[in-house]
Design a protein around this ligand. Structure first.
Ligand SMILES: Cc1cc2nc3c(=O)[nH]c(=O)nc-3n(C[C@H](O)[C@H](O)[C@H](O)COP(=O)(O)O)c2cc1C
Length: 212
C-alpha cells in the first residue's frame, strides 16, 4: 500500500545536516529490495505529488562539481501512446522487415506501467574538470535513488533500457541532444505479483581486501 511521502522540508542552503542516521527501515528495504519485472506492473501508478517527492529525493545524488548532468522526462497517460508510436517507428527503421505483429507489440511497450521516468544523462562538456564518465555515473545513481525512493513510498518499479535507450530516432523524438544518453527508463506502478529473490553475488568474491 503506497504511503504519502511525509518529507521534511527541503533544508536551506548550508543548513546543518546529519552525517549519519541509523535507520532499520532503510536497511530492511535495501536488504530485501527487488525490482518488479515489467510484465508484473499494473495500475495504479504514483500521483503527481508522489513523483514530485521521489524526484526531489532522487536528485539529492552525488554530483561532482554540482553540474546536475541529468534530466528526467515524466511519461504517463496518453504520452505513453505517443512513445509507443515512436518506438514502433524506430523499430521499423532498425529492422525494415519487422512484422506488423512485432510493431504492434512495440507500440504497447510503454503501456506496461502507468508511469515511466526517462532518466537522461546530460553531461556538461567541461570534461577537463569533471570527466563525462563521472557525470554518467551520477545519472546511474539518480536511477537507483528513484528505485529506492519509489519503493519506500510503496510503488513497484524496474530500471530498464531495452533497444529504445540506444536508438537515435527515439532520442531525437524525445527531444534529446546529441551528447545525451538514456540512463534508464524507470517503469513504476503496482505489482500484480510479488517478485521472488534472484541469484545474488558472492560478496566475499566481489569485494576483497586490498593490502598493497
Ligand atoms: C542500466 C540498466 C539497464 C537495464 N535494462 C534492463 C532491460 O532492458 N530489461 C530488463 O529486463 N532488465 C534490465 N535491467 C535489470 C533490472 O533493472 C534489474 O536490475 C534486474 O532485473 C535485477 O533485479 P533487482 O534490481 O531486483 O536486483 C537493467 C539494469 C540496469 C542497471
Amino acid at each position: 500500500m503506497p504511503i504519502r511521502a511525509d518529507l521534511p522540508p527541503e533544508p536551506e542552503f548550508a543548513a546543518p545536516l546529519e552525517a549519519a542516521r541509523p535507520s532499520p527501515d532503510t536497511l530492511r528495504l535495501l536488504a530485501l529490495r527487488r525490482s518488479t519485472p515489467v510484465k508484473a506492473l499494473a495500475e495504479p501508478g504514483p500521483s503527481a505529488e508522489d513523483l514530485d517527492a521521489m524526484l526531489r529525493l532522487a536528485m539529492r545524488v552525488p554530483d561532482h562539481r554540482k553540474l546536475e548532468p541529468w534530466r528526467v522526462l515524466i511519461i504517463e497517460g496518453d504520452a505513453r501512446l505517443k512513445l509507443g508510436q515512436i518506438l514502433a517507428a524506430a523499430r521499423k527503421l532498425r529492422d525494415p522487415d519487422v512484422t506488423d505483429e512485432k510493431l504492434a507489440e512495440e507500440m504497447q511497450l510503454p503501456l506496461r506501467a502507468p508511469v515511466i521516468l526517462c532518466v537522461i544523462s546530460s553531461p556538461v562538456h567541461d570534461a577537463k574538470k569533471t570527466p563525462v564518465w563521472e557525470q554518467q555515473l551520477s545519472s546511474g545513481a539518480l536511477c537507483q535513488n528513484l528505485l529506492i525512493a519509489s519503493q519506500a513510498m510503496g510503488w513497484a518499479g524496474v530500471w530498464i533500457t531495452e533497444d529504445a535507450a540506444f536508438d537515435s530516432h527515439v532520442h531525437a523524438a524525445l527531444g534529446m541532444h546529441g551528447h545525451e544518453q538514456v540512463a534508464g527508463f524507470i517503469y513504476l506502478g503496482t505489482a500484480k505479483e510479488q517478485p521472488t529473490e534472484r541469484q545474488r553475488p558472492d560478496v566475499s568474491a566481489k569485494a576483497t581486501r586490498w593490502t598493497g
